[in-house]
Design a protein around this ligand. Structure first.
Ligand code: NDP
Length: 445
């Protein structure tokens, strides 16, 4: 790391004690900025780097709620409004027991550059709670969401901060959150949340967008080598929103996804994933991946190890951060994997990324390859503002165009800064320069 960025990194570590994921995300971005600052030293002036690593606002609040048996629970809620240079803060809400300030901060920081890469007018933010929706009844999830929104509603708005879903927050949760917001404000501000139901302001293709976009990005990377996904064996991790629609798009493009996972293990289905059964188990029944394995002849559940142990051509990590480490990377490379596109946020550890770069394979960081979700959320905001609704083909065509543009910006920036084919440098440099130029225009704020 260059001296000037090293100093900023050290300050981040000292000021944000114990927030390992946030340190990791900042380090990855700052490491990429060496060649950018060498070429354009003004980006290191006026405290710009110091400002970009400090959230504009951090909100932390108590979320009390009552379970079905009458017991009171107290969770912690977070919203990190990180950077509004390009537009209202935009980023999802995560409900998972592992959530803490450092996790939300890393996600918010990544979101700044991801949102910049989409070319749309959206700033970066993220939020969530350490609430675990697993095993909770609909009524309990509703009461939790209502309590969470009672505080969050003071801080958000269609022109201020526009949350969406993430791990543990899907259509059901967005519905309860929107219902409570509307009741508190006495105002039908459809544009305050994205990922809404189709009957009340949602956009077609939003559900599919992150998974589809990730696979489209992988296809664009392969195209630079005159190759495609046709006939490729694919390992996917996760079995949630991103994983399911990554599998769907990969199948549409002629590839053969053979794995998916949740926190109880992973399934290997050598015949190719039966998507209808997977959707039934995960989306309709809210079941576990074991339920798929028990109903699908030939599929097996593996409770030790990771999907990355299965020999594949393409890996799509779509579950959570740091789920693909150096050992997994070595196994993937040994088995001939030549493409990794991240559907999740920061799923590969720094050591895994180093191994991918050393091997010279095609590797896409999540802030570029999973940007289709937030891009389509911004399209949802656009439809809400215009009180209109596009058909699926229109929304998907826009998503496809945005993903192609993000891919090309990464390729171009990597070439400009002297490391062709390095999508990490490309994504960080292209995202950073867009935000930094606007921060400079706005003065020291
Ligand atoms: P979901 O809640 O729909 O699904 C998450 C999946 O990952 C589940 O199968 C879950 O298993 C598994 N998972 C989560 N945490 C862990 C863990 N600690 N260990 C093992 N498995 C785990 O979330 P999404 O699909 O929406 O999100 C997945 C990833 O994609 C996240 O990193 C998210 O930040 C990222 N992302 C999502 C976007 C979106 O539009 N939804 C946009 C951009 C990025 P289990 O049920 O057992 O916990």
């Amino acid at each position: 790391m260059q001296d000037v960025v090293e100093k900023v990194y050290e300050q981040v570590v000292a000021r944000n004690h114990g927030e390992a994921e946030f340190h990791q995300a900042v380090r990855e971005v700052l490491e990429s900025l060496g060649p950018v600052i060498a070429k354009h030293p003004h980006y290191a002036e006026d405290g710009l780097l110091e400002r970009i690593v400090e959230p504009e606002r951090q909100i932390m609040f108590r979320v009390p709620w009552v379970d079905d048996a009458g017991a009171v629970h107290v969770n912690r809620g977070f919203r990190i409004e990180f950077n509004s240079a390009l537009g209202p803060y935009k980023g999802g809400l995560r409900f998972h027991p592992s959530v803490n300030a450092g996790i939300i901060k890393f996600l918010g920081f990544e979101q700044i550059f991801k949102n910049a890469l989409t070319g749309q007018g959206i700033g970066g933010g993220k939020g969530g709670s350490d609430f675990d929706p697993h095993g909770r009844s609909d009524a309990e999830v509703m009461r939790f969401c209502q309590s969470f929104m009672t505080e969050l509603s003071r801080h958000i708005g269609p022109n201020t901060d526009v949350p969406a879903g993430d791990i543990g927050v899907g259509g059901r949760e967005i519905g309860y959150l929107f219902g409570q917001y509307k009741r508190l404000r006495n105002s039908y501000d459809a544009g305050v949340l994205t990922g809404k139901g189709l009957a009340w302001g949602g956009s077609l293709a939003r559900t599919q967008a992150t998974g589809y976009g990730t696979v489209l990005f992988a296809q664009s990377m392969l195209a630079t080598k005159g190759d495609s996904l046709e006939g490729k064996r694919v390992a996917v991790s996760g079995a949630g929103n991103v994983a399911i629609y990554a599998i769907e798009k990969a199948q549409q493009l002629g590839a053969k996804p053979i794995t998916f996972s949740d926190s109880s293990g992973y399934v290997v289905d050598e015949a190719g994933v039966d998507l209808e059964l997977l959707k039934q188990v995960k989306e309709v029944e809210r079941g576990r991946v074991a339920d798929y394995a028990s109903r699908r002849p030939g599929a097996r559940l593996v409770t030790e190890g990771r999907p990355w142990d299965v020999p594949v051509d393409v890996a799509l990590p779509c579950a959570t951060q740091n789920e693909l480490d150096a050992d997994s990377a070595t196994t993937l490379l040994r088995n001939g994997c030549a493409v990794v596109a991240e559907g999740a946020n920061m799923p590969s550890t720094p050591e895994a990324i180093e191994a991918f770069h050393a091997a010279g394979i095609l590797y896409a960081p999540g802030k570029a390859s999973n940007a289709g979700g937030v891009a389509t959320s911004a399209l949802e905001m656009e439809q809400n503002a215009g009180r209109t609704r596009w058909d699926f083909a229109t929304a998907e065509a826009k998503l496809t165009g945005i993903m192609a543009d993000i891919h090309d910006s990464c390729v171009e920036a990597a070439e400009t800064y002297g490391r062709p084919g390095d999508y990490v440098l490309g994504a960080n440099a292209a995202g950073f320069t867009r935000v930094a130029d606007v921060m400079i225009a706005h003065g020291i704020v």
